[in-house]
Design a protein around this ligand. Sequence first.
Ligand SMILES: NC(=O)c1ccc[n+]([C@@H]2O[C@H](COP(=O)([O-])OP(=O)(O)OC[C@H]3O[C@@H](n4cnc5c(N)ncnc54)[C@H](O)[C@@H]3O)[C@@H](O)[C@H]2O)c1
Length: 340
Amino acid sequence: MELNADRERIENKLEIGKEMLYLSRNEVEETGLTVDDILDLTHSALVAHGNKDYEMPAKVGVHPFKEVFFHAMPAYVPSKKAVGIKWVECYPSNPEKYNLPQTTGLLIINDVLTGCPVAVMDATWVTSMRTPAVTVLAAAELHPEAETFGMFGCGIQGIEHCRYIVKTLKKLKKIYVYDIKEKAADLLIQAVQPQIDIEIIRGKDPETVTKSCEVLSSATVILLETLAVVKDEWVSRGQTILPCDLNTFWDPITSKRADKYIVDSAEEHELFAETGYFPAGLPEIACETGEVLAGNNPGRETENELIVCSNIGMAVCDVVVGKEIFIRALENGLGRKLPL
Ligand SMILES: NC(=O)c1ccc[n+]([C@@H]2O[C@H](COP(=O)([O-])OP(=O)(O)OC[C@H]3O[C@@H](n4cnc5c(N)ncnc54)[C@H](O)[C@@H]3O)[C@@H](O)[C@H]2O)c1
């Protein structure tokens, strides 16, 4: 779509430069984007990234306490006419200390032609949806024949990962889930099992889950030091491991000895390493997730390869999904217009 045509969709409903749309978390959800919509949008963002059709400087951050970060995540994706910035925080102890999510944030969407802000929206839902979308799209490219999927961490991300994985791994037969809190695993099963046909089993321990699954993901906590919950000796050749929690959950030896260590953004991973994550050193990066999805890199080449694909989150996905949310909200009269 041409820039002017794209803008007309906005101009008819919003006085650009004079007002913007504010969307609460509920209003973001009410736009009605489905799992399939999020998968399509995230796929297009990853392919754009893989084709270098983007501008996305590595996250600029501030760190009020040890183990917490705020990130400014700007991105421009020309092919999607999407530009904006997410301001996101990661406070790992929020759930225990304050009964609040680890990750919250705001997303600003701008008009490409004039730069004016056109929307500010809660970014919690966008983050909780685009993150599993990246994992499961990568899983489908790297391990399409997988019959077993294991999920470590049964919180917000764990729940969505189980809902999303059934969409892309077409041969899936079993999902194993594990959480340090048994109750969280039970709640995940209660919430997701009625929505999907694949059996979800609460794993006995990390070792059993690791040894039972071809594809594994983790969404627990992001800490400077690795917890190495999964020991390297439990991991076998041929498996695909997709952490959302950087270097925390897996034995660092596993990522280092993997045949391929793929990341969503090399620049972001290098920045995390510079700020003290990956104390054992950043593994050598084979390629980026988007390059595999765009067909610019083969990804898995043999059945025996051990692949670790670490996706820490990219603003290209946020602005592409956020732009669509904004357009749908405008079309459906959702949200509140606020004067600039
Ligand atoms: N990569 C990304 O783009 C991205 C996006 C959002 C969140 N995240 C990260 O994903 C992780 C999970 O986020 P969330 O919103 O689902 O958090 P959450 O608090 O809702 O869930 C985390 C779950 O992990 C469990 N857990 C913690 N330590 C564990 C351990 N050692 N073993 C097993 N389970 C353990 C907790 O009990 C909890 O149930 C966080 O680290 C967050 O920063 C990554």
